[in-house]
Design a binder for this molecule. Structure first.
Ligand code: FES
Ligand SMILES: [Fe+2]
Length: 358
């Protein structure tokens, strides 16, 4: 029996930042599907299977010729639909000569692909990440490759208690780990809300706010299955009304985290920090980018070490605490998507939430 998949195929996944895809061939493997990405001369992005119809050589080793990819081995050419348009020394082209062309959409500064059934690729299913292009928000991000299951990245983000221990010098403090939270879910979403009231701000947030004194801090984690997390985070001077809805004295960010599964243990981890203060200062964008890159590296180290330990101890299960409620919901929603497309019976891998809350 083959291993149970760890990701659904019928979903939009971020394959690249918009700026990564241009007039050169970019190779990315998304959900075990090797793809070659590029832009046509009109700017439209294309994702084709990265294996030539003829002898399976990766097309990403070839050349872009106008809007077509020419294989680097024997020169077959494929258009943006994946259809072969040229065969050397042949007048007629075998009508079956084609490679797969994947549904692709450019939105919210990302290139999204759909590795599953193209008939189900509804653009409306792409999560709304409006802050990425809204003029009231500014910021930038990057991508890091993590040698681990993308769900370990999601676990990390669905419970930010870890900031206290993994990011003690920047965004973590003891007050955070002790603050209460609640977790709710919808059909394809899970949300974890946490407020820390009237406490000292950790170093990163104190610098962003630029005012002394205790703060009210919020962390609201929005998960959309299977792999998008938008964090609504920030601080405001304590008692200035933020918990009641007035954040005007504070500073806030939408932090976008998108761990895209490449293979079962390899993840393209896209991230971005969009802020609503000092939005015209590129210096702040650079500083936040640099600070966030360091913080993410701390996560990457822990998560890769966790994956290695899991591989060494394949018979060991996880135990669950109340802080894991959000990540268990995320995993349950992912499992529901996988079950739906594989028509398998649930495996019982997911632990009932009542057990967690006990
Ligand atoms: S392998 Fe691509 S043309 Fe032969
Ligand atoms: Fe972290």
């Amino acid at each position: 029996m083959s291993a149970r998949p760890t990701f659904p195929m019928n979903a939009w996944y971020v394959a690249a930042w918009d700026a990564e895809v241009g007039r050169k061939l970019l190779s990315r493997t998304i959900c075990n599907e090797p793809m070659v990405l590029y832009r046509q001369t009109n700017g439209n992005a294309v994702a084709l299977a990265d294996a030539c119809w003829h002898r399976l050589v990766p097309l990403s080793l070839g050349t872009l010729v106008g809007d077509e990819v020419r294989c680097g081995y024997h020169g077959l050419r494929f258009n943006a639909d994946g259809r072969c348009t040229h065969m050397p020394s042949q007048d007629t082209i075998n009508p079956s000569a084609c490679v797969r062309s994947y549904p692709i959409i450019e939105r919210h500064r990302f290139i999204w692909v759909w590795p599953g059934d193209p008939a189900l690729a509804d653009p409306a299913l792409i999560p709304d990440l409006t802050w990425m292009t809204d003029a009231k928000w500014a910021g930038d991000g990057s991508m890091v490759e993590v040698k681990a299951d993308y769900r370990l990245v999601l676990d990390n983000l669905m419970d930010l208690t870890h900031e206290t221990y993994v990011h003690a010098s920047s965004i973590g403090n003891e007050a955070l780990a002790e603050a209460p939270f609640d977790a709710v879910h919808g059909e394809t979403t899970a949300t974890v809300r946490r407020w820390v009231l009237n406490e000292e701000a950790p170093a990163f947030w104190a610098a962003q706010l630029g005012k002394p004194g205790p703060v009210d801090r919020w962390q609201i984690i929005h998960f959309k299955a299977p792999s998008v997390i938008a964090l609504d985070v920030g601080v405001a001077p304590a008692g200035s009304g933020a918990p009641e809805g007035d954040r005007s004295q504070g500073v806030g960010m939408w932090v976008i985290h998108i761990p895209t599964p490449s293979t079962a243990q390899h993840t393209y981890y896209f991230w971005c920090h969009m802020r609503n203060y000092r939005i015209n200062e590129q210096r702040v964008t650079r500083e936040v980018l640099q600070a966030a890159g360091g913080i993410l590296h701390e996560d990457e180290t822990i998560i890769e070490a966790q994956q290695q330990a899991m591989n060494r101890l394949p018979d060991r299960d996880f135990y669950n605490l109340s802080i894991d409620a959000g990540s268990l919901w995320a995993r349950r929603l992912i499992d529901q998507m996988i079950d739906k497309e594989t028509s398998e019976q649930p495996t019982g891998e997911v632990i009932a939430l009542k057990e967690v809350r006990a």
